[in-house]
Design a protein around this ligand. Sequence first.
Ligand code: NAG
Ligand code: NAG
Ligand code: NAG
Ligand code: NAG
Ligand code: NAG
Ligand code: NAG
Ligand code: NAG
Ligand code: NAG
Length: 427
Amino acid sequence: MGYSSSVALLALLMSIVVLCNGGKTSTYVRNLIEKPVDMPLDSDAFAIPPGYNAPQQVHITQGDLVGQAMIISWVTVDEPGSNEVIYWSDSSLQNFTAEGQVFTYTYYNYTSGFIHHTTITNLEFNTTYYYEVGIGNTTRQFWLITPPKVGRDVSYTFGIIGDLGQTFDSNVTLTHYQNSKGKTLLYVGDLSYADDYPNHDNGETQPFKPFSNRYHTPYEASDSTEPFYYSIKRGPAHIIVLASYSAFGSSTLQYKWLQAELPKVNRSETSWLIVLMHAPWYNSYNNHYMEGESMRVVFESLFVKYKVDIVFAGHVHAYERSERVSNDKYNITNNICIPVNDLSALVYITNGDGGNLEGLATMKQPQPSYSAYREASFGHGTFDIKNRTHAHYSWNRNQDGYVVEAAKLWLFNRYWNPHDDSTTHKH
Ligand SMILES: *[C@@H]1O[C@H](CO)[C@@H](O)[C@H](O)[C@H]1NC(C)=O
Ligand SMILES: *[C@@H]1O[C@H](CO)[C@@H](O)[C@H](O)[C@H]1NC(C)=O
Ligand SMILES: *[C@@H]1O[C@H](CO)[C@@H](O)[C@H](O)[C@H]1NC(C)=O
Ligand SMILES: *[C@@H]1O[C@H](CO)[C@@H](O)[C@H](O)[C@H]1NC(C)=O
Ligand SMILES: *[C@@H]1O[C@H](CO)[C@@H](O)[C@H](O)[C@H]1NC(C)=O
Ligand SMILES: *[C@@H]1O[C@H](CO)[C@@H](O)[C@H](O)[C@H]1NC(C)=O
Ligand SMILES: *[C@@H]1O[C@H](CO)[C@@H](O)[C@H](O)[C@H]1NC(C)=O
Ligand SMILES: *[C@@H]1O[C@H](CO)[C@@H](O)[C@H](O)[C@H]1NC(C)=O
């Protein structure tokens, strides 16, 4: 999270759709002969910044509960160097400094560079900050914009990308996102793909070792005990991140954390409740079909009860949006286990379409009724919260050239505006 962008350039283009048993399957057919390929290691996308021990792979994520701290992360390769970050805003009379920590890890016969994580704190809301890393050797400057103060009618635009990879298509996805209205990226998992680089998981026993070292999260701020699931508030949204690959049964730490977390969500403060996870619960592609089912069974009734507005997931390399459905009526005697339309339920969106080299998913036929729209193309989503009642989702398909809304709809907030928004659905 934390990508900053301000340029908005949106054009409208509707794609042709056909009606199936369920919702709509786009007739758009991507040129499948062009298999996605990784950008070569010497391409501009991976250019190593010049200078002794120059910071590379610089990335940021929210560092506290409300958006007044940011974790700045970067890698140096020649020596550990300094963990210090210098930061200031246009209106600050002095520079601030923060000190962090450096990490390294080994993975089979690979040894990482020096991975720095430094949290800058006491940031003002809705303010541009400049920050400098690489102190003492080669310094590099970047900037970020903090979110507005948490509030139920604040407008704020999130971007959604998943399963990105490092192909030429991935690069197009990022370029389109940079030209969208997105202010903060909600990343739904699976970043790099080592398929073409062998030896990537030989004999390693510690799960998520590279992730744990390279991507720190503010999990302690929301009383979580694992970096893989936690929550933050940002502008008008309370965002819960769940871990598809941590245990989630009713006696697990993740379940107990979520059970304690949901009643804490104050919809008068954060009107929108968003959940992020990797493996989708409602998926009508052949790839990873039903994989999210055991987690759905455990958590779905809580999501409906606490009026979650939307789930964003990845994992399946395509785009899909569900109807407002639930499937939580089953008990051992009634044998009812079919998704039904449910106005009190949420919408599920799969944005696993970032562009990685594994290619696109194939669809189950016919399209099931819970599936509102699906298309196997690369792209990204934006979720534009206007106020406590209305948000606008749009999906941008890479093949459309610049930033084009290939699918879009208004979503009504389940707590403040629980009316039927299906009539406002485009596709
Ligand atoms: C803050 O740091 C930047 C970058 O090192 C420098 O250009 C600027 O002069 C400093 N400002 C103050 C007030 O020290
Ligand atoms: C790691 O081991 C593989 C063979 O298992 C070898 O091809 C590769 O060169 C080794 N890398 C290093 C950095 O030693
Ligand atoms: C790089 O920076 C570190 C920390 O400031 C310093 O200790 C080290 O001497 C510097 N190395 C060089 C070659 O300048
Ligand atoms: C954020 O700051 C900009 C000016 O920099 C202002 O136009 C906008 O209204 C502010 N937003 C909020 C929610 O305070
Ligand atoms: C990636 O996209 C950027 C535009 O955002 C472009 O400048 C760059 O050349 C592209 N790199 C590759 C390898 O396609
Ligand atoms: C919920 O948020 C509102 C608005 O910030 C605040 O007035 C209220 O006290 C909060 N409720 C609780 C239980 O914290
Ligand atoms: C199971 O569901 C049926 C109808 O949905 C209900 O009548 C019955 O009481 C439920 N049984 C249990 C054990 O919850
Ligand atoms: C909320 O936003 C929607 C969409 O922009 C708008 O139609 C509606 O009037 C807004 N509601 C309020 C109370 O401003």
